[in-house]
Design a protein around this ligand. Structure first.
Ligand code: 0L1
Ligand code: MG
Length: 262
C-alpha cells in the first residue's frame, strides 16, 4: 500500500469527521481490499494529521471488547484507537447534537497506570499491579460511516469511531473492587437502556488493557503511565437524541452523566 493511498484514505475519513458528514465505508468503494494492517497505517496517518493540526492525544481506547459488540460485528479481536483533547466532555456538561453525525454512547471503565506497560506478554495481573486508579466513563462513538455500516478494517481506519469521552470524578484503587463483577446501568431520561458487568470486557477489563499493551508493542509503543485509558464498552451502544440526559451508574465505582442539546 503506497503512501499516497494511505494519505488519500486518511483524508477521506478525516474530512468527514471535520464536516460531520457520513461517508460510504472505504471497503465499499474506494479500496475493497483494505486489510487490518493497512487500516492501522491509515489510522496512524489520521492521528498524525490531527496532531499536526494541534490536537493532543489524551489516551488510547480499546474497541469491540464486549461479547455483545464482537457478536454484532462478527469478529474475534478487539481494536484500538485514540481519544483526543477536543473530544473530552466535562462531567455534567451538555454536548450539542449537531457537533456529531449520529452519536451513540457506551459505558466503560477507565484506567490510569502508575507506570508504563510495554508488551509483548503483558497480562491482566501486570495491569492490575500497575494501575493507579480506575474510574467510571462514558464513551461517545460516532462512526463516520453511513448507518455505522463498516467492516473491521474500516472502523480501525476511522480511529474506532472515537468522538467523545466523559470521565467521572470518582477514582478508585483497583484492588478495592472486583472489576469483572462491577455492574453498570446506562439510563437515558430515567429509563434503563442497557446494563452489564465488567466481565463483558474480555472477561475482565484488565484483560483489555493487557491486549492494548501487547498490540501497541507491535508498533514499538507502550501504554503510558498517567494517561486515561478506555477499556471498552460494557454494553451495546445506545443512540443519542437531542434532549437526552445520560447517566451511567457503576456498582462501587461511582457515576457519570451529561446531557444532549439540539
Ligand atoms: O469503542 C468501540 O467499541 C467502538 C468501536 C467501533 C464500533 C462502533 O462504532 O460501533
Ligand atoms: Mg468504546
Amino acid at each position: 500500500m503506497d503512501k499516497k493511498l494511505i494519505k488519500q484514505l486518511a483524508d477521506y475519513v478525516h474530512l468527514a469527521e471535520k464536516e460531520k458528514r457520513e461517508i460510504t465505508k472505504i471497503t465499499g468503494e474506494l479500496y475493497s481490499d483494505l486489510s487490518i494492517e493497512e487500516a492501522y497505517l491509515v489510522q496512524q496517518e489520521l492521528i498524525s494529521q490531527k496532531i499536526a493540526e494541534g490536537q493532543k492525544i489524551v489516551g488510547p481506547k480499546m474497541g469491540i471488547t464486549s461479547e455483545a459488540k464482537m457478536k454484532q460485528m462478527n469478529v474475534d479481536n478487539p481494536i484500538y484507537g485514540y481519544v483526543f483533547d477536543d473530544m473530552i466532555v466535562n462531567e455534567g456538561d451538555a454536548i450539542t447534537i449537531t457537533d456529531y453525525i449520529h452519536p451513540k454512547v457506551e459505558p466503560e471503565i477507565g484506567f490510569v497506570l502508575s507506570r508504563d506497560l510495554q508488551g509483548p506478554n503483558v497480562t491482566a495481573f501486570d495491569v492490575m499491579r500497575a494501575t493507579e486508579y480506575v474510574f467510571p466513563a462514558i464513551e461517545i462513538i460516532d462512526s463516520r460511516y453511513e448507518n455505522f455500516n463498516f467492516t473491521l478494517p474500516d472502523v480501525v481506519a476511522d480511529n474506532t469511531s472515537a468522538a467523545g469521552a466523559v470521565f467521572g470524578r470518582s477514582l478508585k484503587k483497583p484492588e478495592s473492587l472486583e472489576l469483572d463483577v462491577v455492574g453498570v446501568t446506562l439510563t437515558i431520561n430515567g429509563e434503563i437502556r442497557s446494563l452489564g458487568a465488567g466481565a463483558a470486557v474480555l472477561g475482565h477489563p484488565a484483560n483489555a488493557i493487557a491486549r492494548l499493551a501487547n498490540m501497541l508493542s507491535e508498533k514499538g509503543e507502550k501504554v503510558k503511565a498517567g494517561q486515561p485509558i478506555l477499556s471498552g464498552g460494557i454494553t451495546s451502544a445506545v443512540r443519542l437524541e437531542p434532549g437526552d440526559y445520560v447517566y451511567a451508574k457503576y456498582g462501587g465505582l461511582g457515576e457519570v452523566s451529561f446531557s444532549v442539546r439540539s
